[in-house]
Every structure is written in structure tokens, then in C-alpha cells.
Design a protein around this ligand. Structure first.
Ligand code: ZN
Length: 276
């Protein structure tokens, strides 16, 4: 993280020390929080557009633009209007991994029905040993999570000896996610460099989000990717941020406002998220 040196009046320094004594923590955290508020730039905040349940129920028309998504974060996951592929947001760029395997950089005016992003500010940056399967990857990430009740963003960079992904194909007009999942394409890549963009969400969030781990892959050459199904890896660079603020933006589209979202769609979502 960058280091900033600044001259400040004694009165501000006294007030700052008082605040640090009051909340605990260190000078960097207190100054970052103050600057974030003054500059209107939230830190450790996850922004989500729409709900996973709405997506499952077939509310997949455009709710926001890619530009709006990037206004709220530079890192995250989602899908595109009419379920036209998987979204990976990395380093402030939005990639669209389509069901035919093509990867495009989405233009600012492209639409999305669902997305979850943050301004990635990792607090942990470590190297992890090679991993044999998805379960090992999840276990490696688990070691750095100190709670099951907040959200986490994970970024893993390196070489994948084997990686299996999928990307949804648009279902018929107004079809449900489960139909898109049935017609999804699966991909297998070997010895490929790339990045996993991941989120971990607490169990209680299953009413509106994808509980547990959710990773999307994008290759280093930005030619391949998809929703992660399984992988074996070489050494990876793991970066993690704990996210303690959550902002949920609900679409004002007619399809969202009129949808029946009273049913629990966690099971249907779990099916859609898996390999078939
Ligand atoms: Zn996904």
C-alpha cells in the first residue's frame, strides 16, 4: 500500500490520537477511514446489484451498466444481461466470458443483471504451495479467514496445471438460471497462467447472495476463463481483503419489481453453480 506523509495541525493530531484510543487500531486505519469518508470512497465495502434469488427466478435483464459497476469497484464477479456469459472484474476491467468460450472486454455501456464488486485493498499477501483440487484451494483460503460472519475477497495469481471452468449460454427469453446452467459450456485448460477472482460470503447471505466461495477465472492473456469448477495449481500468490460493509442496490426494472422472490432459491442456485 502507498505511504503518505502529511503535515497536520497539533489540534488535529490530538483529536486523531483521542479517536485511535477510543476505537483501538492504528493510525493508518483511522486516517484511512477519515479520508475514505471525506473523499466519498468507501473501503472494505462490497457492492452488490440485485440478488442471486432474482437471477435464479429469471430476472436477468439489464439492471446496471458496466460503467456503474466500475464506479463501485475494480474487482468482482457477476453475469451479463440475458445471462450472456460470466463476468470477471479485475484491475478495473470487466471481462465477459461467453458460453462459446470467447472472452471480450465488456464496453462501458454493456448491461448486467447481477454483479458483486469491491475496491480491492488486500490486507494479506502471501504465497501458497501447489494445490491439487478445488477443496484444497478452499482450505488454503480458509486459513486466512478469521470469521464466518463477514465477507472476503480473494485474488489468486499463478500457474494452473489444470483448470475446469464453465460459462452460461443465454437461455430462451426469460428462462431461468437453471436452464442456462443446463446448457452451460464447460472448458478444460492445462498449464495456463491466470487469476482467480473470488468472494467468500457468509451462510446467512444465502437469501440474497452466493454463500461460501465463488471464483471466476481469467487467463493472463485474457483469452480464456469462466466460473471455476475445479483446478490443480502451482504456487499461487494469494491476496485477501476482509469486507465488513455491504451495500445492496436493488434494480428498479419492471422485471425485478414484479418478480415473485418469496421462494428460497438456494437449492436451485447450488445446482446452477455446480458442474453437470
Ligand atoms: Zn459464477
Amino acid at each position: 500500500m502507498p505511504i503518505v506523509t502529511a503535515d497536520i495541525p497539533v489540534s488535529i493530531k490530538i483529536a486523531l490520537d483521542k479517536e485511535i484510543a477510543r476505537v483501538g487500531g492504528d493510525e493508518s486505519a483511522a486516517i484511512t477511514a477519515a479520508l475514505a469518508e471525506y473523499l466519498g470512497t468507501p473501503v472494505h465495502t462490497l457492492f452488490q446489484v440485485s440478488t442471486s434469488g432474482a437471477l435464479v427466478a429469471g430476472v436477468s435483464s439489464r439492471a446496471v451498466s458496466v460503467k456503474t459497476i466500475l464506479d463501485h469497484g475494480d474487482f468482482g464477479l457477476g453475469t451479463f444481461a440475458d445471462l450472456d456469459g460470466e463476468m470477471a472484474v479485475l484491475d478495473g476491467r470487466v471481462y465477459q466470458i461467453q458460453g462459446n468460450g470467447r472472452v471480450l472486454e465488456a464496453p462501458a455501456d454493456a448491461g448486467a443483471p447481477f454483479a458483486v464488486v469491491t475496491r480491492f485493498t488486500p490486507q494479506i499477501d502471501v504465497e501458497v504451495e501447489p494445490l491439487a483440487a478445488l477443496a484444497d484451494l478452499q482450505a488454503a483460503c480458509d486459513k486466512f479467514r478469521s470469521s464466518s460472519n463477514i465477507f472476503y475477497a480473494f485474488r489468486l495469481d499463478g500457474r494452473f496445471s489444470r483448470i475446469r471452468t464453465r460459462a452460461v449460454n443465454p437461455p430462451r427469453q426469460g428462462g431461468r438460471l437453471i436452464e442456462a446452467a443446463k446448457s452451460q459450456s464447460e472448458f478444460l485448460f492445462t498449464d495456463i497462467d491466470g487469476t482467480l477472482v473470488g468472494l467468500w460470503s457468509p451462510g446467512f447471505s444465502s437469501a440474497f447472495s452466493v454463500a461460501g466461495y465463488h471464483f471466476h477465472f481469467i487467463s493472463a492473456d485474457r483469452q480464456h476463463g469462466g466460473h471455476l469448477l475445479d483446478c490443480a495449481t502451482g504456487k499461487l500468490q494469494l491476496r485477501m481483503e476482509a469486507l465488513t460493509d455491504f451495500h445492496l442496490a436493488l434494480p428498479e426494472t419492471e422485471s425485478f419489481l414484479k418478480a415473485d422472490l418469496s421462494k428460497n432459491t438456494a437449492q436451485e442456485l447450488a445446482y446452477a453453480e455446480q458442474a453437470h
